[in-house]
Design a protein. Structure first.
Length: 470
């Protein structure tokens, strides 16, 4: 039995655990008592870092393009986890690969071989036409890998003087959240308070091949790589003018710079082609894939390149415990199979045309509020007129869409990205655009009267790094 003193200590410890004061112990909350959306949202807010500002909707289960919350309400997915769910939620073929492999072998580490990764390596390189792959997990790790590869190639093959290699990236780019990667970013929120950022970096306007050539002329002998998204996603689905990708290819060849395409979001059928670079028949020197490579099931990323570059990285110089693990490899092979067998790139192309047609009709009804509808395949955005809408933001519109059963997320304060699973039916696409139209017809007039309180200012944000309006 406990003495009075030890009982008091125990009560104190239990009390601290309940309040989350950081003493290790078991949760005092039985799972069965936490099941409603509001309870779960509160719990996450209390115990998780506040590094996101989610739409208040809790995913409980999902199939294809449909998602259900814990209360059983059904929603249509128009975000696809930022294009990680191109094949639709819980695709049966991908789930089968996952469960079968999970029962057999999940991890070997690359200290040994496993019987899945070589098959994945052969499949992905032959599918995209590159000599070799370097497997990682998240997208940001894939980008880090490409940056290291470019520097290493720059020193070994291009003979750039030690520690002087430069990577060029684009204004408005998004390549992830690690330190090297945010060093390329124009997003003040992503960079402020995290300095010093990585040196050896120059920025250029996206879509401006003349400015790119100027940089290459001035600094070409030290530039190892040009990192870019063929369609900028987080910037608001910015599609470059036709001919830009070809011009980039020509300039990279002319000045001996690695052309590094971040296809993490734009690739794997999202833009209506297997790679967005395919729109101009352009072959980058390095391609980075992620997101839908793991079929929305498990993080898998990959860097593709030919031997000339890839063999610059030698044993011990780069890697990841989980990169190329058998579970991820089995899932990635199934994810690639589904994209090909179901013709999802072609489907994305066709449905994208129809989606933009419907969105353009909504724009014609509300020309004051919608300034642009753009995209390629099922990679689309609706840009709102922030002045006409003020103080209503794109986030507020997304909240109303959610109430009407459609899930989308804004990027910046004025753009709504619409990127449904590539398996979505035409009827579901129609339901999504109908909901958007209804938000403008029924909800917006009330919202404009009520004036949401969290929008404080319309001041344009200026990029700390390049001084441009964001
Ligand atoms: C183009 C691009 N690159 C890289 C990333 C980073 O991927 P991850 O979040 O898996 O690190 C993203 C994520 O949105 C992206 O859109």
């Amino acid at each position: 039995m406990y003495s009075m003193a030890s009982k008091r200590v125990l009560q104190h410890v239990v009390g601290r655990i309940g309040k989350g004061v950081g003493i290790r112990g078991f949760s005092s909350l039985p799972d069965s008592q936490i099941s409603s959306s509001s309870q779960l949202i509160n719990l996450e807010y209390q115990y998780s870092a506040h590094n996101y500002h989610p739409i208040p909707m809790v995913f409980s289960h999902a199939k294809g393009s449909s998602i259900w919350d814990p209360e059983g309400n059904k929603y249509l997915d128009f975000l696809s986890a930022y294009s990680a769910v191109n094949q639709g939620h819980c695709h049966p073929k991908i789930m089968k690969a996952l469960t079968e492999q999970a029962e057999k072998l999940t991890l070997s580490s690359r200290a040994f071989y496993n019987d899945r990764f070589p098959l994945f390596a052969e499949r992905i390189t032959s599918m995209f036409g590159y000599d070799m792959v370097l497997p990682m997990n998240t997208g940001a790790e894939g980008v880090e890998t490409a940056l290291k590869l470019a520097r290493k190639w720059g020193y070994e093959k291009k003979k750039i003087p030690t520690n002087e290699a430069i990577i060029v990236s684009c204004c408005g780019c998004f390549h992830g959240r690690t330190l090297a990667v945010i060093s390329m970013s124009c997003d003040n929120e992503a960079t402020r308070g995290f300095g010093p950022l990585l040196p050896g970096h120059l920025k250029v306007d996206f879509g401006d091949e003349v400015a790119l050539e100027k940089l290459f002329k001035e600094h070409g002998d030290r530039i190892a790589g040009f990192l870019f998204e063929p369609i900028q996603g987080e910037a608001g689905v910015v599609v470059p003018k036709e001919g830009y990708l070809k011009a980039v290819r020509d300039l990279c060849t002319k000045y001996g710079v690695l052309m590094i395409a971040d296809e993490i979001q734009s690739g794997l059928g999202r833009s209506g082609r297997m790679l967005a670079c395919d729109w101009e028949g352009v072959r980058p020197d390095v391609v980075i894939l992620g997101k839908a490579l793991g079929g929305g099931v498990i993080p898998v990323s990959a860097v593709l390149a030919d031997k000339d570059a890839m063999l610059c990285i030698r044993p011990g110089e780069h890697g990841s415990t989980f990169g190329g693990n058998p579970l991820a490899s089995a899932v990635a092979v199934a994810s690639l199979d589904v994209l090909r067998e179901e013709g999802l790139a072609e489907r994305s192309d066709e449905l994208g045309v129809e989606l933009r047609d419907l969105l353009t009709k909504v724009q014609q009804q509300y020309p004051n509020f919608i300034v642009d509808v753009r995209g390629k395949g099922l990679f689309n955005a609706v840009e709102l007129n922030s002045k006409a809408l003020f103080p209503v933001s794109a986030y507020d519109i997304c909240l109303k869409l959610k109430e009407r059963g459609v899930l989308a997320k804004p990027t910046h304060n004025t753009i709504i990205r619409l990127t449904p699973p590539l398996t979505m039916s035409m009827d579901e696409i129609k339901l999504g655009t109908k909901a958007l139209s209804e938000v403008f017809e029924f909800d917006l007039p009330k919202m404009l009267k009520e004036k949401p309180k969290h929008v404080t200012s319309m001041d344009a944000d200026i990029c700390d790094r390049c001084g441009r309006n964001l």
